[in-house]
Ligand binder design. Sequence first.
Ligand code: FE
Length: 206
Amino acid sequence: MDNPNINKEAMFKLSYGLSVLTAEDEGKDNGCIINTCIQVAENPTVVVIAVNKDGLTHDMIAKTKKFNVSMLDESTPLSVFEHFGFQSGRTVNKFENPVYGAKKSENGVYYLSEYTNAYLSGYVTEMIDLGSHTLFIATVVKAEKFADTASLTYNYYSKNIKPAPAAQAKGWVCKICGYVYEGEELPEDFICPLCKHPATDFEKIV
Ligand code: FE
């Protein structure tokens, strides 16, 4: 699967903003973390999001065509990532209790008003199969700003929010979420239990 011509470190030099992607289907609410919401046109206002097919949010958006994206800011604590990113909506109702100032927008989908500086509502007009992910192309039907705080980039998250591996830990650490696998050898087919990234996203703790 790994292409030797592609240096993963090179790919990490791309800059991303982090946000919470939410969906609603027949009374069920769910959300996950994404780093792939990009505005790609202005008139009309169009965004794209790429969503992992393994997640429940993916299936909900593919079916209902609607979603919200809440833009996280630099005040975001790790708990937001633990809540939305490190557990699955298939086993946990992430909106069972009121979380992070969640409110419903006109499309019936939750958005977050805490640790965020804005949100948008999208309506999907096109879906493109990209293998692991689906690319959703969507018209923005609503966008609102809450604050002028700095938006959270993946780089900032990585340096300031992601937990540092324990000093004495031996083994392998997930470069995406910080999960530590204890053991000398990491199995090649290992999947991070928190963020679902593969063994190639782990590095040995030295
Ligand atoms: Fe991970």
